[in-house]
Write a protein that binds this ligand. Structure first.
Ligand SMILES: [Zn+2]
Length: 178
């Protein structure tokens, strides 16, 4: 069986200094993620993108909680250029339909099938943000019976307390947090 690295939403709109919904110190994940991605330890390195229609239901303009972010095909939705792109095998877009939040990389995507096809049973989840998309993605992976590891150096959250709670929740659900 095999390991995969899943890089969640390291996109221009989520990283300082210019992101529309920048995660505090979110750019600090880039170096550790690049080190993991180039380590040669993974059967598959997958990056996800939040990839919303312009009227996505999570936007404040539509009554949602967030400022407009990661609108499909815009600069803000592209992967942060500081990521080592050639180490990424595959990009998965999520949150593509107006009415679904799309926090989890497993929601309405072919990610699970791809991992199963490659014999992956252990996923290292990294990226942004700990308290939202990392949390939902890791919880869904655990529900599907995958082993999950999270390195705290390679994730950052929007709210510090919520992020700590999310990591505790993930540990309680069976994830390895190191
Ligand atoms: Zn979003």
């Amino acid at each position: 069986m095999a390991d995969a690295l899943l890089i969640v939403d390291v996109q221009n709109d989520f990283t300082p200094p210019d992101g529309a919904l920048a995660v505090p110190r979110g750019d600090e994940v880039i170096e550790p993620i690049n080190a993991l991605a180039t380590s040669g330890s993974y059967e598959l390195v997958v990056a996800t993108r939040d990839w919303h229609p312009p009227d996505h239901s999570s936007f404040r303009s539509q009554g949602g909680p967030w400022p407009e972010h990661c609108v499909r095909d815009t600069h803000g939705a592209q992967l942060d250029s500081r990521l080592q792109r050639d180490a990424i095998d595959l990009v998965i877009d999520k949150g593509t339909s107006r009415d679904a939040p799309g926090y989890s990389a497993f929601e309405s995507t072919r990610l699970l099938e791809l991992l199963r096809d490659r014999g992956v049973d252990h996923v290292i989840v990294a990226g942004l943000a700990t308290d939202f998309c990392v949390r939902h993605t890791a919880l869904d992976a655990l529900k599907e019976g995958l082993q999950i590891s999270i390195q705290t150096a390679a994730v950052r959250g929007i709210d510090a307390e919520d992020s700590d709670r999310s990591l505790e929740e993930l540990k309680g659900a069976g994830a390895e947090v190191i």
